[in-house]
Design a protein around this ligand. Structure first.
Ligand SMILES: Cc1ncc(COP(=O)(O)O)c(C=O)c1O
Length: 512
């Protein structure tokens, strides 16, 4: 019998904690960093929480919380009755251990000025006429209008927004405007707001970002569109999740990108397929809550995706559109927090915490890209309107934002529960409801496209808004039509009573 090698064990010497700062986060970061840079290899046994707490002279609770977070993110695993070990992750040589210099960009300094010279159809929904990309008439159906209804997708519980607080802050801004603020400002956005966003992302997402890396945009859509304009040359391959957020695909297609729809499995975008796409250096993903399937990208997949970008000298656009909404477990570290080679452009929005029409979002850029993005924004629109930025900065600085996030998370959870509790289960041809750990919507599979269309038509007749999963796929998808079928339901837009009422109407429409 071959000798059994004893498990590697970890020596906590070298971990230095600053007692004036949060100990849990520092310990979590120190351990995570050691896993990522290979100092702690897969299979290494971690000390028991009591022992590590004693070795570092901190409370056991701090260690338990740090372990819990690492466990939730997949960095460590526990073996029943046998302690805690570093998890099996992609081999560390595939991952970069170098710290970003922020100098590498690979970005065309002159920005993209190439045009397609023929009427070649680079994407089925973009036509090129006289060298210019045009959108087909039916390209981007408008989002549904009218007051929020069950089960509108992409809308938070904005009936709970503290409008009086906002009005007061807005009034204060305009009553005594700072004249300097009313001149042309920084194209990257209001400096105070950028600083507050950076601080928020450092504490809520573990991102090591600074105000200088942030560019304020008019919502996530404009951030994605800027990425398309600056990272994509006509004819370049762009990987998008399929099914996915079609409006992102439209932005890349309009910039001349050739869209490659990459399947999504239970761990997120399929990196094996991504690795086969030779012409592709840009990938757009929604890791914290895949849109629309709702999958949370696993840590292993996050690391594989980062390794892909590093190998390709490519870019990952990480759309964290609804990252505030997580109902169980700690949130996973965004790709941008794991990125060691400055390949991730992180997109955030206030639209899912405040309300969509606010049109306020941001990009967190690798330092080397900030200049190009800022210049492009200056040419497009100088900068975003000043009062919304300034009022949001005050809203954040005074603590209203954090309070509001907590309120919105509670409301979305309760509305989610109302949908799950009242859902008409057992409908012919309709799959089981998924468990919903994050986000503002859920997706249910349906057996066939014909059945999906029938359910949608009946829902419309009953006055209820439900989306078909089939509309989230690229038109060129190889996936058979029946496997694209499903229902997508937003659960946060209206209060519980309206959800129950809509469910009663759906039951009447679907069960006759
Ligand atoms: C996945 C995803 N990304 C981005 C957006 C756009 O957000 P914004 O309203 O901030 O442009 C949405 C809107 O629903 C979305 O679902």
């Amino acid at each position: 019998m071959p000798p059994v090698s004893p498990p590697l064990s970890f020596n906590p010497a070298g971990i230095e904690l600053d007692r004036r700062q949060g100990l849990t986060r520092q310990l979590y970061e120190a351990l995570r960093q050691r896993v990522l840079d290979g100092r702690l290899v897969s299979g290494t046994r971690l000390p028991a929480t009591r022992d590590l707490a004693a070795a570092l002279s901190i409370s056991r609770n701090s260690v338990v919380r740090a372990y819990d977070q690492l466990y939730a993110e997949g960095f460590i695993e526990s073996r029943v009755g046998d302690g805690t070990y570093v998890a099996q992750l992609p081999t560390s040589e595939k991952l970069s251990t170098k710290v970003s210099t922020g100098l590498l960009t690979g970005l065309s300094p002159a920005l993209s000025t190439k045009r397609v010279n023929s009427s070649e159809d680079l994407d089925p929904e973009v036509i090129h006429i006289a060298g210019l990309a045009r959108i087909k008439n039916n390209f981007l159906p408008s989002p549904p209008a009218g007051p929020p209804r069950a089960f509108r997708v992409g809308v938070p519980a904005f009936d709970l927004f503290p409008f009086e607080v906002w009005a007061k802050l807005n009034g204060a801004f305009w009553r005594k405007p700072d004249l300097e603020q009313l001149c042309y400002g920084d194209p990257a956005g209001d400096g105070r707001l950028r600083g507050l966003i950076a601080a928020y992302l450092r504490s809520s997402r573990g991102m090591q970002c600074s105000a200088e890396q942030i560019v304020i945009t008019s919502g996530a859509q404009q951030a994605i569109s800027l990425c398309a304009q600056l990272l994509v040359e006509p004819g370049d391959g762009v990987a998008v999740e399929n099914p996915g957020y079609r409006a992102a695909g439209h932005a890349f297609a309009l910039a001349g990108g050739r869209l490659h729809g990459v399947p999504v499995d239970s761990e997120g975008i399929d990196c094996q397929v991504l690795n086969t796409l030779g012409d592709c250096r840009v990938a757009y993903v929604t890791p914290s809550h895949q849109y629309p399937l709702g999958v949370v990208m696993s840590l292993a997949r996050r690391l594989e995706l980062l390794a892909w970008a590093e190998r390709k000298n490519g870019w990952i656009i990480e759309d964290d559109y609804d990252g505030e909404y997580r109902y169980s477990g700690a949130p996973l570290a965004p790709l941008a927090a794991l990125d060691r080679s400055a390949r991730v452009l992180y997109v955030g929005t206030f639209g899912k915490v405040a309300f969509p029409a606010l049109r306020l979002g941001y990009l967190v850029l690798p330092p080397g890209l900030v200049g190009a993005f800022t210049r492009r924004r200056a040419v497009d629109m100088r900068h975003s309107e000043v009062s919304t930025q300034s009022v949001m900065a005050e809203f954040m600085a005074a603590g209203h934002f954090q309070r509001h996030i907590r309120r919105m998370r509670r409301a979305a959870l309760s509305r989610r529960n109302a949908l799950l509790a009242g859902w008409p289960s057992g409908l012919p041809g309709v799959g089981e409801l998924p468990s919903v750990a994050a986000g503002l919507h859920l997706t249910v599979r349906v057996d066939s496209l014909a059945r999906e269309q029938q359910l949608l038509a009946q829902a419309v007749a009953g006055g209820v808004e439900v989306n078909g999963l089939s509309s989230y796929w690229l038109p060129s998808s190889a996936t058979p039509a029946d496997q694209r079928a499903g229902l997508v339901l937003g659960f946060a837009a209206v209060p519980e009573a309206a959800i129950s009422d809509a469910l009663a109407r759906l039951r009447a429409a679907w069960q006759g």
